[in-house]
Design a protein around this ligand. Structure first.
Ligand code: CA
Length: 332
């Protein structure tokens, strides 16, 4: 070993690279307090100290990217009252059937079960109250840019490309449209405070290979709670994934098992060079492995060692991390 290499090795042993502070990712904004994906919910997430704010993105009929969680409108808006007769055969109202101008006329509200009309989270913002409107992706990014200037604190953005295969079958290609918006804002690099997320691995491969996206990518994982049988733990799976993406977004139950102990997933992902950002921590819907919000956060951040966490309650995560003496990561 050369002296130079020996020196480098000694320096590394003396001062191992500090682990980055876990990221608090505001899931659909501060959606525990205000209707999801409304600009007020995003402003509140910024004010509560979230590191990143999530945007789920779907396309309007005229191919404008708008920030909504579902391809449907009926659970979170008054579309059925304003546009009777515009539902499809399945009784649902689809975002892609409405122009941006039509979408702008809808009132957004706290999420209801479309079958029963009841609020999904009864203790949250009252669903019959408010004058909230749909925002385009551009409008939300403008809001966050404006807040970065007025407060001096920039939050990162975490857009999810929703159901790209479904969009394609409907004659709309969502990924290039979202990438174009993000590129024009200078977010196409690993250094930018931006992660693109998607449940469809093929679309992430396409983003990297065909659309030449250079920024960070996260593969979202579905599935019910799993433990040692997690298929991602098969030999070479995570290493293969790491050739395309920078991280994974599993449900909480794939990170902490039913016994309350970490599954092997985070350790294995870290060994492959992937970050792990599980979803979703909710104070009003605790995971089955936790006895309290603090208990859930301790198991996720300390026991499992996740690198970030999607939460409807970013303030609760920020405060918990601060109590651990961790000021949180500032994306810039
Ligand atoms: Ca999402």
């Amino acid at each position: 070993m050369t002296d130079l290499r020996r020196l480098a090795l000694v320096a590394m042993l003396i001062s191992p690279p500090a682990a980055a502070a876990p990221l608090v990712i505001a899931h659909r904004g501060a959606s525990g307090y205000l209707p999801e994906h409304t600009l007020p919910a995003k402003a509140m997430a910024h004010a509560q100290g979230a590191d990143f704010v999530e945007q789920d993105v779907v396309l309007s009929r005229d191919d404008v990217p708008v920030v909504l969680h579902d391809i449907h409108l009926d659970a979170i808006s008054d579309v059925a009252d304003l546009h009777p007769g515009r539902a499809r055969g399945d009784g649902r109202y689809y975002v892609v059937d409405f122009t941006l101008e039509e979408l702008r006329g809808l009132r957004l509200c706290e999420r209801r079960d479309p079958k029963t009309g009841r609020q999904v989270f009864p203790g949250r913002f009252p669903a019959d109250t408010g004058t909230f409107r749909i925002a385009t992706l551009e409008e939300e990014l403008d809001l966050l840019e404006g807040l970065a200037r007025s407060t001096g604190r920039r939050v990162g953005v975490y857009p999810e490309i929703k159901q790209p295969s479904w969009h394609r079958r409907e004659g709309h290609d969502i990924a290039p449209i979202v990438v174009d918006v993000l590129r024009r804002r200078g977010l196409d690099s690993k250094e930018a405070a931006c992660f693109i997320q998607c449940f469809e691995a093929d679309e992430l491969v396409r983003l990297r290979a065909d659309l030449a996206w250079r920024g960070r990518l996260v593969l979202l994982l579905g599935g019910s709670p799993q433990d040692v049988d997690d298929p991602l733990l098969a030999a070479g799976e995570l290493a293969e994934l790491a050739r395309v993406v920078d991280g994974i977004g599993p449900p909480l139950g794939r990170v902490i098992g039913a016994d309350g102990r970490p599954t092997p997933l985070v350790t294995a992902a870290h060994a492959a060079g992937l970050v792990v950002h599980p979803y979703t921590f909710r104070v009003d819907q605790l995971p089955p492995f936790a006895t309290s919000a603090d208990d859930a956060l301790r198991r996720l951040f300390l026991d499992a060692g996740v690198d970030g966490l999607f939460s409807d309650f970013p303030d609760v995560c920020v405060r918990w991390l601060e109590r651990q003496g961790n000021p949180g990561c500032r994306p810039d």
